[in-house]
Design a protein around this ligand. Structure first.
Ligand code: MLT
Length: 285
């Protein structure tokens, strides 16, 4: 991409392409960037705004895919599905090791109750879980209508939840939100699911908590560094379920976000309409 960057007026990216200072320096003609997905933590928005480059995301298309993946991770954790699969693949027939637990009757704590958080809450309620959520920016009416209990602090959520699922964006404030001090405030045997961003978790602290049994299990789709560096303390740890950032990877979601990203980019380059702009300050320039 660096080699052809000077020919580019508009760029469509997913999360694996980093548009940082080096990339921006090479993108000498860039006018607009469309992200086929939600998170724009891979784009240096300060530089974009300074250069007058419009950055847009596609916030709707992968909501259901990500919510369904969260439920898949939660069920995989509760019923040890990856471990049971590996055991059968090894030729075993072991019905004793993989005793599970039910989701029904458990409390799910949702950290960040935006689009994906709400879609997860709906599905968890169908599994007869009690759902609570913490989000300082919550749409209170929409969340209450769903039947979700909003708590006023993370501490309250940590104290009540049997399962904690993260749906917050990666910002300096949310970095290492799940750290040793916060894990200590959680119930013994809590299970943690992260399909949002890896930087929300202090991975070394989570690995320690899984080893000690404080955290009964974790299901991770995202990592602080992707792919995770060799020696990442969580990879391969018993009780930890992994997928390689697949939350939005369904045919339906990728089709949807691709169409949205293309339309956003064309309309912006043709100066027809600016939708889903994540750096609106640029529009005044
Ligand atoms: C997103 O932010 O939309 C997801 O992480 C999926 C992706 O990598 O595009």
């Amino acid at each position: 991409l660096l080699k052809v960057a000077d020919q580019v007026d508009g760029l469509i990216i997913r999360s694996a392409t980093t548009v940082d200072a080096e990339m921006f320096a090479a993108l000498s003609n860039i006018k607009a960037i469309a992200r086929a997905g939600v998170g724009v933590d891979n784009v240096d928005l300060d530089i974009a705004t300074e250069r007058g480059v419009i950055v847009m995301n596609a916030p709707d298309g992968n909501t259901i895919a990500t919510a369904e993946h969260t439920m898949a991770e939660m069920l995989a954790l509760a019923r040890h599905i990856p471990q049971a699969y590996a055991s059968m693949k090894d030729g075993k027939w072991d019905r004793n090791t993989f005793m599970g637990t039910e989701l029904r009757g458990k409390t799910l704590g949702v950290v960040g109750i935006g689009r994906v958080g709400q879609a997860v809450a709906k599905r968890a309620l169908a599994f007869e879980m009690t759902v609570i959520a913490y989000d300082p920016y919550a749409n209170v009416d929409a969340v209450k209508k769903l039947g979700v209990g909003l708590v006023s602090s993370l501490d309250e959520l940590f104290a009540q939840a049997d399962y904690i699922t993260l749906h917050a964006v990666a910002t300096p404030e949310t970095r290492n939100l799940i750290n040793a001090a916060n894990i200590a405030k959680m119930k013994d045997g809590v299970r943690i699911i992260n399909v949002a961003r890896g930087t929300l978790i202090d991975e070394a602290a989570l690995a320690e908590a899984v080893k000690s049994g404080k955290v009964a299990g974790a299901a991770l789709d995202v990592y602080a560094e992707e792919p995770p560096a060799a020696g990442n303390p969580l990879i391969g740890l018993p009780g930890v379920v992994h997928t390689p950032h697949l939350g939005a990877s369904t045919l339906e979601a990728q089709n949807e976000v691709a169409i949205q990203a293309v339309n956003n980019l064309l309309d912006a380059l043709l100066k027809k309409e600016y939708r889903n702009v994540v750096n609106p300050a640029v529009l005044g320039k």
